[in-house]
Design a protein around this ligand. Structure first.
Ligand code: AVI
Length: 390
């Protein structure tokens, strides 16, 4: 595996909110140079972060070496976004890419989705982790490292961190997320809660982070991929991704994969079309993002959310439907698109699994499904995979 040379620099982050005094939160911040020509042109820029000034002073503040953030995120996103929007909106049928749902506002809207009654997966997974965290930690009695891909706010991960830190002297947590802001915020909160935790965070996409992870110590590591994020991958991409995880693991390492389960249409369709309209706001925000970033004039009221379960494909298909015939001008792309009344723009698929699907996915990618935990209503699964030969 190609390793990258990391430059670790002390950094004081300043924050200011509503005229309150600026506070300094010290931690180590690294810009990593890798042998990718694009990233060698990388110039460190001051980072803007917001932290809760009302939070109690945490031990993280007095112990900077407990937190290192490696920032590998490529910031050439605008060109790629423009290209993907053009390609998607001019193809037949039209589509947009789900990865662009998660700008700052989109990430907050997704957190709000996790709170609505109909969207059960977050609560179901949390119930599993709350009930079985000790047992999961007990499956790796000597492990002292947790890696989480797509950690976000790491709220659910607290259940596992708590169980691991109760059973061990020290724990290294390696969260990976595309957003350095989310990482810094969640890391500060975690370090404040758990004195025997160290964090080495990677702001990067999953593949970049997998290629850059530090050499693991002698003990097993547990990789977490929670929240049914696997469901937003098309099946070949899900296999490619698990395979990439498998390639960085050693025979005694373990993967815990959260996967939402196949179930009745009504429950699934309601989860992706809640009555409060939060999911609609989350999906329509991708059009709002195009308006903001590409100087477009989508009328956000002129689109309805359509979420339907395609049972044969085992996925919820999420689209926006144009409620009338309309022309949209995307000035930064010098592009006009004409939408017919009723025409759909596909935005996202959410694949649902059963235990056979999960076993097969593991077998195809170098993992054996060893244990599955379900929530009490049997809607969601947490799956422990052991590494097998590739
Ligand atoms: C992030 N991901 C697992 C969510 C899901 O359930 O597929 C994204 C989402 N889209 C609409 N609601 C939630």
């Amino acid at each position: 595996m190609r390793r990258m040379a990391a430059q670790v620099l002390p950094l004081n982050i300043r924050k200011k909110r509503f005229g309150q005094p600026v506070t300094r939160l010290p931690f180590l911040y690294s810009r990593t140079r890798c042998d990718n020509p694009a990233s060698s042109q990388y110039r460190p820029t001051p980072l803007k972060r917001t932290f809760d000034l009302n939070a109690k002073k945490s031990s993280a503040e007095t112990s900077p070496s407990r937190l290192v953030i490696h920032d590998l995120a490529q910031r050439n996103g605008h060109a790629e976004f423009s290209q993907d929007v053009r390609a998607g909106l001019t193809s037949n049928p039209r589509h947009l890419f789900p990865k662009y749902l998660y700008d700052e506002l989109g990430s907050r809207l997704f957190e709000a989705i996790c709170e609505v009654d109909e969207y059960y997966p977050t609560r179901a997974e949390d119930e599993i982790l709350k009930t079985h965290a000790e047992e999961i930690a007990g499956c790796l009695p000597t492990s002292d490292t947790l890696i989480e891909l797509g950690s976000g706010s790491a709220e659910k991960t607290r259940r596992l961190i708590e169980a691991f830190t109760r059973q061990r002297q020290e724990l290294l947590f390696i969260p990976v997320d595309i957003s350095p802001t989310a990482l810094a915020t969640s890391a500060q909160a975690l370090l404040g809660s758990y004195p025997n935790l160290r964090i080495e965070a990677y702001a990067a996409d999953y593949y970049q982070a997998l290629a850059a992870l530090p050499d693991f110590g002698p003990h097993p590591v547990l990789v977490l991929f929670l929240g049914s994020n696997i469901g937003n991958f098309e099946p070949p991409e899900a296999r490619r991704f698990l395979h990439a995880i498998r390639r960085v693991l050693r025979p005694h390492d373990v993967l815990l994969l959260g996967a939402d389960l196949k179930k009745d249409r009504q429950t699934l369709e309601a989860a992706y079309n809640d009555a409060l309209g939060v999911t609609r706001a989350f999906i329509v925000n991708e059009l709002a993002r195009i308006n903001r970033e590409l100087d477009a004039n989508f009328d956000l009221w002129a689109f309805g959310l359509r979420s339907s379960y395609n049972e044969a494909m085992g996925r919820v298909e999420v689209s926006l439907e144009s409620l009338r015939a309309q022309s949209v001008n995307i000035r930064a792309l010098d592009l006009t698109i004409d939408l017919a009344a009723g025409e759909k723009i596909h935005v996202e698929n959410a694949y649902k699994y059963d235990l056979d699907d999960l076993r097969t996915l593991g077998n195809e990618t170098g993992f054996a499904l060893e244990r599955t935990w379900l929530d009490s209503a049997e809607r969601f699964s947490s799956n422990l995979f052991r590494v097998t030969d590739l």
